[in-house]
Design a protein around this ligand. Structure first.
Ligand code: HEM
Ligand code: HEM
Length: 360
């Protein structure tokens, strides 16, 4: 048997140079310091994305898109399909945990300044992954075609209409008509299960390739440390085993959440019914939604809502380009301003989210 295993290994090695790859993996190492914990959140985001793909494909076995079938098929999934309720619940919970993990990963990369040269494009591709994850969440939310999702999507897409000149056209493209209808549902479905997975996979591949090529960043303070004072652990197996343990813990948390707090389906959407009170988007959009709500109808001759959209767009672009304008950090100086900006953004997002819940 051992001989057979060896022969099989050699067969592949002759063709695909696996020995070289194993050699490469065994030399990979991860810096060990008091902020090393943050190196795990990219892996956690990745794990939760894989869960989304697996459970999403399973849901696709029974989900049937359409005004007359979406809600009914999800109802069928949760009541008749064996473990269907569990798969749907895991897909919904994991979507939320994934977005939370991506936010934690992004802020930790920001505060540890891991976006510095040469990782500028790792940051930019990561930011694109965040936008894609949010679009995944927004498009998936409508798919069960229940009351809450219907009105949240109506309110969410309305914001596009506030853009001058092209807003109306854009809104029609997004909704597939003037209103949120079955056309919107099938558009969101295509986006959710075909377009987004395709684009996401390509960008994720590039993101991980960059990380592979450059290895993990070292803290800026290490530049003054003599090489013998810098500590590392091997990626394989030490770091990977820790990664796997954390993934197992997260799988357990997911299972507990999905079993004890199964995701509610609610009432079927009725486009002619009045909007129920307290309609609000998912928590990860709430800080933007709440800001738009608090803005006065007119700011400096501009429609208040559009002013908000403009500010968020500009702020988002500046955030995406932070590795290019944070020149001070790149040159090796301490840049306190960057920490203050990050702290302001974080506190702003948390405060507005809490206000969003408190004021509705
Ligand atoms: C679903 C989304 C994402 C996935 C699956 C992902 C995955 C990963 C993984 C596995 C790593 C290596 C381990 C680690 O540092 O945690 C990593 C590193 C990195 N990611 Fe992401 N990431 C995502 C989103 C983001 C976002 C939103 C940003 C920032 C805007 C970002 C910026 C970076 C940077 C700069 C590194 C290098 C960190 C270092 O060298 O210390 N990523 N990512
Ligand atoms: C290839 C990947 C994916 C596939 C094939 C997929 C497929 C599906 C399907 C068929 C549904 C409708 C069933 C239902 O509503 O229970 C759904 C719902 C949903 N998806 Fe995905 N999905 C994928 C990835 C993602 C990702 C990455 C996220 C978020 C980050 C996400 C978030 C959601 C949400 C929030 C719902 C609504 C859940 C509900 O209330 O029922 N999905 N997805």
């Amino acid at each position: 048997m051992a001989k057979f295993g060896e022969r099989l290994f050699n067969w592949f090695d002759e063709r695909y140079k696996i020995r070289g790859f194993i050699e490469f993996m065994s030399h990979k190492s991860v810096p060990q310091h008091r902020h090393s914990i943050w190196y795990y959140f990219g892996g956690v985001s990745l794990f939760l994305f894989i869960i989304q793909v697996v459970t999403g494909i399973l849901l696709l076995l029974y989900y049937r898109v359409g005004e007359d079938s979406s809600y009914e098929s999800v109802q069928f999934i949760v009541s008749k399909v064996k473990f269907g309720w569990l798969i749907r619940s895991i897909h919904s919970w994991s979507a939320n945990l994934m977005i939370l993990a991506v936010f934690i990963h992004m802020f930790s990369v920001y505060f540890t300044k891991a976006y510095r040269k040469p990782r500028e494009l790792t940051w930019v591709t990561g930011f694109l992954l965040l936008i894609l994850s949010l679009t995944f969440g927004f498009s998936g939310y409508l798919l069960p075609w229940n009351e809450l999702a219907f009105f949240a999507t109506k309110v969410g897409t309305e914001i596009i209409g506030s853009i001058p000149v092209i807003g109306k056209e854009l809104l029609i493209i997004v909704r597939g008509g003037e209103d949120v209808t079955g056309a919107t549902l099938s558009r969101f479905f295509g986006l959710h299960v075909a377009i987004l997975p395709g684009i996401f996979t390509v960008i994720l591949f590039i993101h991980l390739l960059f990380v592979q090529i450059q290895g993990m960043s070292e803290p800026p303070e290490w530049e003054k440390l003599p090489p013998e004072k810098r500590k590392y652990i091997p990626f394989f197996p030490n770091f990977l085993l820790r990664d796997l343990l954390l993934w197992l813990i997260i799988l357990n948390i997911l299972a507990v959440l999905a079993v004890f707090f199964p995701w509610d389906l609610g009432k079927k959407a009725d486009p002619f019914a009045p909007a129920p009170a307290g309609i609000k988007p998912e928590w990860y959009f709430l800080f933007m939604y709440q800001t738009l709500k608090l803005l006065p109808p007119k700011v400096l001759f501009i429609e208040g809502e559009f002013f908000g959209v403009l500010i968020f767009t500009v702020a988002g672009i500046l955030w995406m380009l932070v590795p290019f304008w944070d020149v001070k950090t790149e040159k090796g100086y301490r840049n306190r301003l960057i920490n203050y900006i990050g702290l302001f953004v974080l506190i702003y997002m948390i405060t507005m989210t809490i206000l969003g819940y408190a004021l509705s």
